[in-house]
Design a protein around this ligand. Structure first.
Ligand code: NAI
Length: 296
């Protein structure tokens, strides 16, 4: 990785939902000036509440003081006007997972930010390359895939497209390290590193169960006690939600054509039958109430 050259004093975050609010907090906690953009006033209010709650929790847990909380919140300006991103050195887009919405944002940013500004998307599954083509300088576009909750999770996957400029990659990498994160770099394929490996493994566990090779309890116990995982794969799938897991696998399979990600047929059958995991009370296991411990 080459030496970093850019300073990212001002960071724009577009979309202040679950991820965007967390990302804005991470930057503000590390001394950056943050401009958060939401689609309407209700979105701005939701974003502000999210930031206030999250930083208040950090005060309660004695991670920061009340004075630091006030400083952090003081560094964040919230607005509904994209034009206010004119001074941003970096913009992180974290709006809904829609290619059209994301492309329209990257198109609009062309007329707003300066030529050296770096543009990043937090997409989990869309093509970063395709999003980048909406901007007139796709070389300055990267994926930065934060994990939820962004202030807590250390991993950030940086996604480089075939045209991302090496200095952009180096600068974003250095920035993320300065935030205390552990950045990793990968190419532009749905799932990136962590989810590609994780969901291949989870899908394999489902196939094993489907083929009656072993019971659900034994599959889960093998990974907990043999590999030290905090949860077995089938219990983890119930927690993620079988519908969500199916969608993620299906997207990865369609993009990557790796048969490891071809969703095990029983997964689709469970989803069709309404067995979605903890949230519906039944998946691979049965739960007394959503989110309760396993009872059957
Ligand atoms: P969310 O639905 O909580 O938040 C999206 C926010 O974007 C909403 O507040 C919405 O009002 C706002 N928004 C929509 N259109 C907008 C526009 N044109 N301008 C400004 N704001 C707009 O979604 P979430 O979960 O935060 O996901 C955001 C992105 O992060 C998605 O691309 C998702 O795939 C990705 N992601 C999500 C993770 C998760 O665990 N939720 C983890 C990692 C990435």
């Amino acid at each position: 990785m080459t030496d970093a050259t850019r300073e990212f004093g001002t960071v724009g975050v577009i979309g202040l939902g679950t991820m965007g609010a967390g990302i804005a907090e991470v930057f503000a906690r590390n001394g950056h000036t943050v401009i958060g953009v939401e689609v309407n006033v209700a979105g701005v209010d939701r974003g502000r509440q999210h930031l206030e709650h999250s930083t208040a929790r950090a005060v309660k847990r004695e991670k920061i003081t009340a004075a630091e909380q006030a400083e952090i919140l003081g560094r964040i300006t919230l607005t509904t006007e994209m034009a206010e991103l004119a001074s941003a050195d970096l913009v992180v887009e974290a709006v809904v997972e829609s290619l059209e919405v994301k492309k329209s944002i990257f198109r609009t940013l062309d007329g707003i930010v300066g030529p050296d500004a770096v543009l990043a998307t937090n997409t989990s599954s869309l093509s970063v390359t395709e999003i980048s083509t909406a901007n007139s300088s796709p070389g300055r576009v990267v994926g930065v895939h934060f994990f939820n909750p962004a202030p807590v999770q250390d991993l950030v996957e940086i996604i480089r497209t075939v045209v991302t400029e090496p200095d952009v990659l180096a600068d974003v990498h250095a920035l993320l390290v300065s935030l205390g994160k552990n950045p990793v770099v990968c190419g532009d394929k749905a799932g990136f590193i962590a989810n590609t490996l994780l969901f291949g493994y989870l899908n394999h566990a489902v196939s094993m169960y489907e083929g009656r090779y072993a019971s659900r309890e034994d599959i889960d116990a093998a990974m907990r006690f043999g590999c030290g995982y905090p949860m077995g794969p089938l219990a983890l799938l119930d927690l993620i939600g079988l519908d969500t897991a199916y969608e993620i696998l299906d997207t990865m399979y369609k993009q990557g054509r790796d048969r490891l990600h071809a969703p095990a047929p029983i997964l689709k059958q469970y989803v069709t039958a309404g067995l979605l995991g903890r949230k519906s009370g039944r998946g691979f296991y049965t739960y007394e109430a959503p989110d309760s411990p396993v009872v059957v």
